[in-house]
Write a protein that binds this ligand. Sequence first.
Ligand code: FEO
Length: 171
Amino acid sequence: MLTDKMAKALNDQINAELSSAYLYQAMAAYFEHLGLRGFAKWFDNQVLEEMIHARKLYDFIHERSGRVVLEGIEAPQHEWESPLAAFEAALKHERYITSRINDLARVADEEGDRATQIFLQWFISEQVEEESSVGEIVDQLRFIKESPHGLFMLDRELGQRKFTTPSVEGE
Ligand code: FEO
């Protein structure tokens, strides 16, 4: 059974994950509009990952006999100065999500909720991966400095990213 404080914090995280999905869908649309389909596809896959993150929280709350309460999602930004600016914003966003997951782990600790602590381990590892994959693309974009050839090559590379469904149960 979740404490009220823990259930509220997990519900807030569902909102943060779905807000991430909405932001990344806006980024996918931005790249689609620029004609950079590989970048767009990369963000489309990111959207699916965020929905899975939200779903894992949703299922966990129910498993612990908690109540899921969905809140509103704000309209995301839809325009960026450049592909680099969009990816820098994505990296900043992932760092924000990491800090939220760390806060959640702190609440689980304060509530003496061992099951939630263990559940959150998956998210802690996932955030390391998330920051690393976005950070790598930021580095590449800084390196190519918006050269059309460099952008074209990176777009092609990112378009080949395959979406692999992480286990919804966890590990
Ligand atoms: Fe669900 Fe990208 O963090």
